[in-house]
Design a protein around this ligand. Structure first.
Ligand SMILES: NC(=O)c1ccc[n+]([C@@H]2O[C@H](COP(=O)([O-])OP(=O)(O)OC[C@H]3O[C@@H](n4cnc5c(N)ncnc54)[C@H](O)[C@@H]3O)[C@@H](O)[C@H]2O)c1
Ligand SMILES: CC(C)[C@H](C(=O)O)[C@@H](O)C(=O)O
Ligand SMILES: [Mg+2]
Length: 354
């Protein structure tokens, strides 16, 4: 397994250090693995003057899987747009054609009180959010800031989906639904936006190939509300890039913390990039208090999706469950009666549990 490791910015290097410990345990046990680090985002800008420099491109393209921390931070917010860390992240997703972003929102029973919802509303929560990742308003052209004919400045982006882009993410979502409970909810804003009216039409067409799956549709505003009202009505959700970005952050809080939500971004051959759903958390960077579990759970997803090592993935997930059952909590999920630990202590505990 050739794994490119991109720590990134802010808490990125801290959480990646802990995830690496998990990979290194597997390596010591005999899993053949090559781990190579390279910068992405602000760290890459500092070193190479580009958020996705050639050295990182080469490594990422040659790797079987990529493990990423997070990118961005206030130090880079005023750079020219193409140089901003977030553009590096978008560039690597596009470059590797990682169009399918899987964000599972699972509530571990031990964290029932850490959830923002009442235990009876969230207990047993297990939602898979399938977010399209290389299209939509994130990439549609034209985009920019310009002065219009009236002499006023305006900002503009283009919400755009090609039929092939919607079809391929639909197939990913239906296939996942087939392996789970055969329920798929497509989230759109078809009452207002043509792009998503089109999205809905394609979803309905693809559904004909999956007669066993019950496809429902929901407007994104309602979906945002339903997620906090009665989240267990959802099993698999499929949506576009921007709605998926927002809904997955919302869903993360149902699981206790954004620090618990892993993600896999896959191409058509399941070459993947694995990263927590959260950002570089500049407010807590450098303090060794970030929650590394989303990143460690992303390693589990890597084992499952890129390397077909389901048993290894389950072992990592069980180790996470064990440390939670033992009462260990980073600050974001801490509650009275549990033991507050640092980022590195949490990583060490997962390694011990493994
Ligand atoms: N995938 C990515 O690399 C990614 C994702 C989201 C945001 N970002 C970038 O990160 C920077 C900060 O963005 P933001 O503040 O909006 O979102 P963020 O996710 O970084 O942080 C939001 C809040 O959640 C907390 N948080 C996040 N991860 C945590 C963890 N593992 N443990 C404990 N607490 C955690 C932070 O401390 C903060 O209070 C921006 O530059 C943004 O563009 C990057
Ligand atoms: C940093 C940003 C480009 C990114 C996104 O919007 O996709 C992030 O919010 C995420 O969820 O991975
Ligand atoms: Mg996001």
């Amino acid at each position: 397994m050739k794994i490119a490791v991109l720590p990134g910015d802010g808490i990125g290097p801290e959480i990646i250090r802990e995830a690496r410990k998990v990979l290194e345990v597997l390596q010591q046990e005999g899993l053949a693995m090559e781990l190579t680090e390279a910068p992405l985002g602000g760290a890459a800008y500092d070193q190479y003057g580009s958020p996705y420099p050639e050295a990182t491109q080469k490594l990422a393209r040659e790797a079987d899987a990529v493990l990423l921390g997070a990118v961005g931070g206030p130090a880079y917010d005023n750079l020219d747009r193409p140089l901003r860390p977030e553009r590096g992240l978008l560039a690597i997703r596009k470059d590797l054609q990682l169009f399918a972003n899987l964000r599972p929102a699972i509530l571990y029973p031990e964290l029932a009180n850490a959830s923002t919802l009442k235990p009876e509303v969230v207990s047993g929560l297990d939602i898979m959010i399938v977010r399209e990742l290389t299209g939509d308003i994130y990439f549609g052209q034209p985009r920019g800031i310009r002065t219009n004919e009236a002499g006023e400045r305006e900002g503009f982006n283009t919400m755009l989906y090609a039929e092939s882009e919607v079809r391929r993410i639909a197939h990913v979502a239906f296939n996942i639904a087939m392996k789970r409970n055969k329920k798929l909810c497509s989230v759109d804003k078809a009452n207002v936006l043509e792009t998503t009216e089109f999205w809905k039409e394609i979803m309905i067409d693809v559904a004909k190939e999956y007669p066993e799956v019950t496809l429902t549709h929901m407007y994104v505003d309602n979906a945002a509300m339903q997620l906090v009202r009665n989240p267990k009505q959802f099993d698999v959700m499929v949506t576009g890039n921007i709605f998926g970005d927002i809904l997955s952050d919302e869903a993360s809080m149902l699981t206790g913390s954004i620090g618990m939500l892993p993600s896999a971004s896959l191409d058509k051959n399941h070459k993947g990039l694995y990263e927590p759903s959260h950002g570089s958390a500049p407010d807590i960077a450098g303090k060794n208090i970030a929650n590394p579990l989303a990143t460690i759970l992303s390693v589990a997803m890597m084992m499952r999706y890129s390397f077909n090592l389901d048993a290894v993935a389950l072992r990592i997930e069980s180790a996470v469950k064990k440390v939670l059952a033992d009462g260990l909590r980073t600050a974001d999920i801490y509650e009275e009666g549990t033991r507050k630990v640092s980022c590195s202590e949490m990583g060490d505990a997962v390694v011990a549990a493994l």
